[in-house]
Design a protein around this ligand. Sequence first.
Ligand code: GLC
Ligand code: CA
Length: 606
Amino acid sequence: MVGACIRQKKRKVCVFLQKERLVFLGRKKGCDTARQERFWKREDICDMRKKWWHDLVGYQIYPKSFQDSNEDGIGDIPGIIRRLDYLQELGINMLWVCPVYRSPMMDHGYDISDYTQVDPMFGTNRDLEELIRKAKERGITVIMDLVINHTSSEHPWFLEACRDPEGKYGQYYIIRKGKEGQPPNNWRSLFGGSAWEPIGESGYFYLHLFTKGQPDLNWDNEALRRELYQMINGWLEMGIGGFRIDAIAHIKKDLSGGNVPADGPDGLGNGMRFFRNMEGIEAYLQELKENTFQRYDCFTLAEVDDIPDSRLDAYIGEDGYYCTVFDFCHCHHNLRDGEWEGRGEEMLLDIRDRVFARQKAMCGRGFFCNYQENHDMTRIPDRFLKKEDQNFYSMSMLPVLYFYLAGIPMVYQGQEIGMTGFDRNSMEEYADPATFGIYRDYLMQGMTEEAALHKINASIREHSRTPMQWSGEKYAGFSQSEPWFACNPGYPSCNVERQQADENSLLCFFKKVIALRRNSDYQETWIYGSFTALEEDSAQLWSFERSLAGQRLQIFVNLTGREALTKSEVHGTVLLDNYGELAEADGRLALKAWQAVVVKAGEQQE
Ligand code: GLC
Ligand code: CA
């Protein structure tokens, strides 16, 4: 139990942190709950009931590319089991496994044809049970991907819907009659081309926001929703810790508006405002939660872009729809592509300001899931750093930027060894239908093939899907056979085995980052402490403080390749440092290029 006294309006109140919840002992008689809540919010402590999932530190696995066990060149569940010791040693305690359900693999598993079965490519349901059990033995909770905005076009429901678009299963999808052979509207799919596909010669079209192999489900249909809840509960019964919930912001669509303004010569346009976070979605999210997740007290992590600050309570507050959501505020920044091209320092400062603003809005109300990489984005060193700047110091400062923010940190496979993308010489070397859809759109907009390939190389999500680099052996120790997707040719120098043997490697530093995040002396502060931005006007630093019950932990990261001085004096104990040596000048920190430190500030005088 940690006890602490906090001054407030000349009155001393005591706050005790107990195992189950934070208890407020200074409650003023007759104070109503709403006022009491406001009172809490002003403190440097979060008034949150403790939940079992608050201390999670996650690791995302893209199963096709993690570890092959039967030498068919494709990663699988037994392969993940083989690497559990590695994951335990890394220090994480939650695994998010991307979809392993039966699938034609049009979107590499995000197109599910049977929600109840593991695809033979990945193993069996028994393998999955074994993974969950063995992970649990190591203190690791497994969460699965939940893809319920759409199914595969080979799902039996959809096959039946195509046979009889007006029948029961026709109502499970978004199917409309076309107008004179044309689709019902001109929405562009998120993966390029029209979002509508004709159903044979029937005159009907179905909606697919993603590939045409992923027809969108009709959430307005209660019978469908009930079937989904039943399926979800089946998995929770089996003992999984929860779900990462895919594309859930899109389950409600407004088709009443007709065409949107065209944004290309093909007459198609972006219909996002009619199919993301639509009014009325809340009722479905609430119903989903009440009928499934809440009953099992499971962990839920939702993929929801663009939640305004004012809606955070509804989504991730104590009674929110989810435990946590990914925040997307840094996802559209890429040094190699788009508006930030070549403006590295400015870009990192812009990200800092956005992340800090979101932290201020979120802290004390709920939890974001903080991350830098996933299977839908190019690798972080490529997005945040110029090639010539990529070195141990710059790469090791990256995790320090986000690991100690308020929220739940997540690592993506290979991030811990600094995997990067690599340019391809031709489109044939790519494997994702989304890549080809986007490429076709580039050509349609008038780009040359060369320019389109250049843009694809700079920005496409597939860069993060190359096989995990375990060793310098052929195929990077991922498989004995040729992998389904080519390894990064840089694997002989960047791989796990090599970094395990070198105590100055990124991997060893990453372990320290995770260990500090989970160190019981500081964990309460990382999880429940307040967030304060420091030196916000600095043109070089990313610095902030987390504090709880008198403990003040400060993060200072130099975002540049030049020395940076803090403005104010810093006193305390260094808990983490990517140089191993910290210079000071008159009490101020003199940070070397890309230096990142965590300091426990000296005891404050009362
Ligand atoms: C999510 C997934 C992505 C997938 C899409 C459609 O954004 O992360 O990989 O392609 O949904 O399911
Ligand atoms: Ca395999």
